[in-house]
Design a protein around this ligand. Structure first.
Ligand code: NAD
Length: 486
């Protein structure tokens, strides 16, 4: 049990929470308390915003060399400490150590990528329609950026927002999900040692209903970037729109992987297993719908069942485990509800779905564990195929042909990622152009993206400018057009 208290970081100082602190308990083993994390109140959140306003003015004056060096140093340290920080992440979120270390490594890459982008801040010149006048367009920092992140990728989501925010000369107020404060605190501690002007970077931990509410309703936050559920996203959009504050939302999805008759069966199974069950199914890019054409359906289901029998679910720090714990008790309860509902609505359970007690270091542990489940005989109108369950549950939808498969994939309110397994160039090409999703994968899992290209979706999955890659500058900067009479 760790009694150590980890404070908020406001105006360049570590500050205890006005609302005390909460215990950060591992979902893999509830005896494992990672630490006590300070809880900010509304006044502290407001103070962080005011500090950011002051810090931003100083940070915007910093030379590109300083910004480059700061981002490189953060990236270097994340990568060097990936195992140690990945261990904390695995303990607090429940994902496997390999997934945790991989996420921290990826987070380092985001900082390195945006370090390079610091040096690529180019403007444009234009001829004027009026003689004797020259025109320049350049980008300036948007100002104070509010960052609200979810629990499923606590380090990476923070990194892909913080890195471009700092790269383009902005100040940050970061509110991480309250289930996973340790990852956020660890990243903040690294940032706190980079010599940034006080107030340039602030961490305020606490509940969304209080800390988040102040951030989304503030007129002093110039841009608000949010990743989380659709329900909260709608609140963020309406609050920021009321104040005409720029906003960017990445939300849930209900992604599908199509498997056509001509697919390489082994690869299709690997794509489906990785896409559906990686991260314990708690990925916004997870392929929870498997749309399979008639000719390969039975062979695919049989191969899936055989492959799933080899998946080891267990304590995230245990050797040989492929799937870790569910993130918390509430999420497990919701998983079980969706699982039961799928059965009630006529889904045929092929395997999995058991909630079980895990043993770690020879002792039974209290944690949240569920075997990945596969259903067949499901239709696209069932609740399990319409709502984002965020669970290790995959549902097969049998279809006649490619045309029906594509129509089924697109028949959803969401649109983050979509995938197809096929050897047909014609179908792959048609799919790339006609899937109504922000990212399209051919012969690859729907989850798993690169760090240097845009990421985002359509419909209820995303709102506002794209994140990541060079596209991030649309959100983190404002364009200024200057007219000069020489
Ligand atoms: P959530 O919406 O419950 O919480 C997200 C964040 O919003 C948390 O920090 C939370 O404290 C905060 N929040 C909650 N209520 C708030 C309010 N009223 N005002 C301001 N902030 C508030 O989501 P979650 O359960 O943490 O995360 C899971 C969701 O995130 C899933 O839907 C998943 O698909 C989505 N997600 C999307 C992406 C993507 O890039 N599209 C990536 C990861 C996760």
């Amino acid at each position: 049990m760790s009694d150590q208290v980890f404070n908020n970081y406001i105006a360049g100082e570590w500050q205890p929470g006005n609302n005390g602190s909460i215990a950060n308990i591992s979902p893999a083993d509830t005896r494992d308390v990672i630490g006590q994390y300070a809880q900010a109140d509304s006044a502290q959140t407001e103070a962080a915003i005011q500090a950011a306003m002051a810090g931003q003015v100083e940070w915007a004056k910093s030379g590109l060399e300083q910004r480059y060096s700061v981002l490189m140093a953060i990236g270097d340290e994340l990568i060097a400490r990936k195992d140690e920080l990945g261990n904390i992440l695995a303990r607090e979120e429940g994902k496997t150590l390999a997934e945790g270390a991989g996420e921290v490594y990826r987070s380092g890459q985001f900082f390195h990528y945006y370090a390079a982008e610091v040096l690529r801040q180019m403007g444009e010149t234009a001829e004027s329609v009026r003689p004797g006048i020259e025109i320049e367009t350049r980008r300036e920092p948007v100002g104070v950026v509010g960052i609200i992140t979810p629990w499923n990728f606590p380090t990476a989501t923070g990194a892909w927002k913080i890195a471009p925010a700092l790269a383009f000369g902005n100040a940050v107020v970061w509110k991480p999900a309250n289930q996973v404060p340790a990852s956020a605190w660890a990243l903040t501690e690294i940032i706190s040692r980079q010599g940034l002007p006080a107030g340039t970077f602030n961490l305020v931990m606490g509940p969304g209903s209080q800390v988040g509410d102040v951030l989304i309703n503030s007129r002093d936050v110039n841009a608000l970037t949010f990743t989380g559920s659709l329900e909260t996203g709608r609140k963020v959009a309406s609050a920021t729109a009321g104040n005409l504050v720029k906003c960017q939302l990445e939300m849930g999805s209900k992604n599908a992987l199509i498997v056509l008759d001509d697919a390489d069966l082994d690869n299709a199974v690997e794509c489906a297993v990785g896409g559906a069950f990686g991260g314990t199914g708690q990925k916004c890019t997870a392929s929870s719908r498997l749309i399979v054409t008639e000719g390969i359906h039975d062979r695919f289901v049989e191969a899936m069942q055989a492959r799933m029998a080899k998946l080891v679910v267990g304590h995230p720090l245990k050797e040989g485990v492929h799937i870790g714990a569910v993130a918390d008790a509430r999420q497990l309860e919701q998983n079980v509800e969706y699982f039961e509902q799928a059965k009630r609505e006529g889904g045929n359970l092929v395997c999995g779905g058991e909630v079980f007690t895990e043993t770690f270091n020879g002792e039974e542990v209290e944690g949240y564990y569920m075997q990945p489940a596969l259903f067949t005989n499901t239709t696209n109108d069932m609740t399990i195929n319409r709502e984002e369950a965020f669970a290790p549950i995959a549902c097969v939808i049998k279809v006649k042909d490619y045309e029906e498969a594509l129509a089924t994939l697109n028949d959803t309110n969401f649109g983050l990622t979509g995938g197809i397994c096929t050897q047909s160039l014609q179908h792959a090409t048609h799919f790339k152009r006609n899937a109504k999703t922000g990212c399209v994968m051919v012969n690859l899992p729907t989850a798993g993206t690169d760090y240097h290209v845009p990421f985002g979706g359509r419909k209820d999955s995303s709102f506002g400018p794209r994140e990541q890659g060079t596209y991030a500058k649309e959100f983190y900067t404002v364009v200024k057009t200057s007219y000069i009479r020489a």
